[in-house]
Design a protein around this ligand. Structure first.
Ligand code: NI
Length: 171
């Protein structure tokens, strides 16, 4: 297992639509393992392949607290089939936007179709933190970041801060 570097904003790669996975094979399972290791190491509770510079529709998640047993969930080509009208507010963060969080409202429940680690098609109804998480990670596959749900003013402020920071680091 290898820890991969995580891209941060304003990296353009984070804005691209990821390509569908065609086959669940040993190489893809290696990528899943690398992504889980990278996520736990960060530490974070979710990671999408584009965040490590890989254009594949693949996400990994585990919202378990540090001291709780691990509950990793891997989804290949995930797709939201249905969302509840009821909303849920959650203070979100993102490994690609370090040290920034904001309260985001998303559907409280989401029904998701995906291919699992063994290559089997599955469907799952997710709620609570899992619902927020899966929607946040699927957004990454479509080039969407959680700051896109903020006002334009707030979003521009965050992006500007990171652009400046990167420029300063490059000097
Ligand atoms: Ni994220």
């Amino acid at each position: 297992m290898a820890i991969r570097p995580i891209l941060t904003i304003p990296d353009r790669f984070l804005r691209k639509r990821a390509k569908p996975v065609e086959r669940v094979d040993a190489e893809l399972r290696r990528l899943m393992d690398d992504m889980l290791a990278t996520m736990y190491e960060a530490p974070g509770i979710g990671l999408a392949a584009p965040q490590i510079g890989v254009s594949r529709r693949l996400i990994v998640m585990d919202p378990a607290k540090d001291d709780a047993p691990k509950t990793p969930l891997v989804m290949v080509n995930p797709e939201i089939l249905d969302r509840s009208e009821e909303l849920r507010l959650h203070e979100e963060g993102c490994l690609s936007i370090p040290d920034f969080t904001a309260e985001i409202e998303r559907p409280a429940k989401a029904r998701v179709a995906f291919i699992d680690r063994e290559g089997k098609p599955r469907e799952m109804e997710l709620e609570g933190i899992w619902s927020t998480l899966v929607q946040h990670e699927i957004d990454h596959l479509n080039g969407i970041l959680f700051i896109d749900y903020l006002s334009r003013l707030k979003r521009d402020m965050v992006v500007r801060k990171f652009t400046k920071q990167k420029r300063a680091e490059a000097l």
